[in-house]
Design a protein around this ligand. Structure first.
Ligand SMILES: [Zn+2]
Length: 355
């Protein structure tokens, strides 16, 4: 129904009934009636709404409606409901476009998600979590090496990764949910890569550890431990750092960060988790990092942010095979036709081009 679509787009934009009404010169009450399907907007009003909400008019007529299930917000976000609605609306919109795109493809080239083999049924301690992380690496044929492109790795295994520009608040870390039985993870679009990668791995931890942890294990801590173990298996941590250390040089950590995509702080945690650093040594490291203000902002170059590629790839696949028109391709991206043509002409898929 058009009303539900209007409501969804309005929530995604963060506008109140009244604020939206003001933008299109009608009352908030009238908007409310549209949203509740008590009256139907004229085509002129619909155009105005589309413009004010930054969507195409076609958006209001899209028939797929999805709902995020089992939404888990990291750190039990204290963000206002309005912002949470905005993030969810943004993500739902992207998921719907994905589902619409898939309807044009004769055979979905995307594998459906399967639980990795070899996960322990019951996890009683940290060793169990390390085992689980190793099992995932083995089941996904990742070996023990650094994982170069984590988003790609997830997308290939049927986990949908989306980015939201509404996710910029420090207090908000990530979101894991389920849509039509497909696991979905959302990370911030403008985050540095190491933060994206830790969040992705943390959310994967939630997805896989849920229901396996014995009662006394805190799921948040377990997901953090899983994330570290997944990004840097214990064997590699020991190989890189040595079994016992008194101090880790920041430059050493900076090199490892660039190799593994785990932050310098992440490496300190990992080293204490594995007792490579004892408590006193870890405390010394943290004191030093705090004194240099490196807990908030790590020194050196940031790890390059990742970007989901599957959607872009599939839209151009569908367009290349003439399964969708130019207009539909542009609409799926939320671009004008001229922008679509430009990007197609340039032939580049760099982040700066496609955004
Ligand atoms: Zn969590």
């Amino acid at each position: 129904m058009i009303g539900d679509r209007i409501k969804q787009a309005r929530k995604a934009s963060g506008l109140s009934l009244r604020a939206l009404g003001e933008k299109v010169d009608i009352t908030g009450m009238a908007i409310s009636k549209y949203e509740n399907n008590k009256s139907i907007p004229s085509s002129g009003v619909l155009l105005g709404l589309a413009k004010a909400l930054h969507v195409k008019v076609e958006y209001f007529f899209r028939t797929t409606m999805v709902e995020l299930r089992e939404v888990e917000y990291r750190k039990h976000s204290k963000l206002p409901k309005k912002v949470l609605d905005q993030i969810e609306g943004d993500v739902i919109e992207q998921i719907e476009r994905f589902i619409e795109l898939e309807q044009f493809l004769p055979k979905t080239p995307v594998k459906s998600f399967k639980l990795p083999e070899g996960l322990p049924d019951v996890i009683e301690d940290n060793d169990g979590i390390e085992l689980a992380a190793n099992a995932v690496r083995q089941s996904w044929n990742l070996g023990t090496n650094p994982i170069p492109d984590l988003i790609d790795t997830f997308e290939e295994r049927g986990i949908r990764v989306f980015q939201s520009k509404a996710l910029h608040d420090e207090k908000f870390d990530g979101l894991a949910a389920e849509v039509n039985n497909i696991p979905v993870i959302v990370v911030g679009r403008d985050w540095p890569g190491d933060r994206q990668r830790f969040t992705l791995s943390h959310e994967l931890g939630h997805l896989l550890l849920k229901g396996r942890l014995v009662k006394h294990i805190d799921e948040e801590k377990a997901a953090n431990r899983f994330a570290g173990a997944f990004l840097v298996p214990s064997s590699e941590a020991v190989r890189e750092l040595g079994a016992n250390r008194n101090w880790l040089e920041p430059v050493e950590l900076c090199v490892l960060k660039q190799t593994y995509g785990l932050s310098m702080r992440g490496w300190i945690y990992r080293a204490s988790d594995l007792n490579i650093l004892n408590n006193a040594a870890a405390k010394k490291m943290w004191d030093y990092f705090r004194s240099r203000n490196w807990v908030k902002q790590e020194p050196g170059e940031q790890y390059k942010a990742e970007k989901p590629k599957l959607f872009i790839q599939l839209v151009f696949h569908a367009f290349g095979e003439e399964l969708i028109s130019e207009a539909k391709a542009a609409e799926l991206f939320g671009w004008s036709i001229s922008k679509f043509r430009n990007i197609r002409n340039v032939g580049s898929c760099e982040n700066e081009t496609i955004n």
